[in-house]
Write a protein that binds this ligand. Sequence first.
Ligand code: F0G
Length: 354
Amino acid sequence: MTTWHGLIDSPYRRWLPVTDETPSISLNEGNTPLLRSAHLSGLTGCEVWLKVEGANPTGSFKDRGMTVAISRAAEAGAQAVICASTGNTSASAAAYAARAGLTAAVLVPRGGVPLGKLSQSVRYGAEIIEIDGTFDDCLRVARELAAHHPIALVNSVNNELRLAGQRTVAYEIVDALGRAPDVHCLPVGNGGNITAVWGGYREYHEAGLSDTLPRLWGFQAAGAAPFVHGGPIAAPVTAATAINIGHPATWDGAIAARDESGGLIGAVSDEQIFAAYRMLARRDGVFAEPASAAGVAGLLDRHAKGELEPGLRVVITLSGNGLKDLDASMRDGYTPTETSSATADVARALRLAA
Ligand code: F0G
């Protein structure tokens, strides 16, 4: 049994853009659970696996890229880093910056980030700027500031370091399954992750470590689906806040991932996303954040439309942890049964026989 020390010090180090000079700024990210879903397998007639990225140290897949980006920023002598975010990139940047002794500035859309994510950035000591605008406005400002001031941009746009780190999820999946899945489903927002995941599978394939390549099926929220519409959207709307993005930065990469893999980028409604979100927790015991359920919603949508061949081996990325967005969770209403501390009262409330 080998001990896991985070991605930079893992067997995947050789794939990462680091050298002996690069410090390892790590929180032991990666090596996340890959769980077989009996429920989704039964529903679809496929063999469905869940890659639980919410198990990463700050609760999302962003940690895979951030360990590389912040380690390299520290190596380059950066004093400060900046990012735009719907909440997960900022939480991750703030945590890794804290660990490296750097200042983190995070730009977030006001009212567009759940409290759990915001409080991560608060606790990690980031400078938080709430912008009166969308994520896309935040990213534009972050890019302009990084271009003109001594502050390193750690968004995945033009940041091969982030994407290189995020590729590692594909290596882990192939190593765990012994081959690539037939289909990999995942939520799509800014387009970075689908680009990275495809890059990871391709690298492994080219190196002879997997015989096949998966089709990538990306899913956006219907109210924020620029890839499905074929162009930017000025006012994206979805309750899956993590992917509420109208003007994706990694456009070409996401399109290439879709087309080269013979895959697709589709849209699912918020209703479908939240139904999948509830089902995952209730049936698989995995509490993923709403955006993370988009891949599950998409798979079920394809199945319902008769567009899913049975027997496929499918991996679904569950990109972030449900604990980050408790408002979303409690929105359905929560009505606890209150009782006295008498055992008989509790027994009655639980409808247990006397
Ligand atoms: N799932 C979650 C939980 C996310 O936080 C994001 C993106 C995505 C999926 C989509 O990934 O943008 O690479 O296509 N979150 C970014 C952020 C925008 O700021 O945390 P993508």
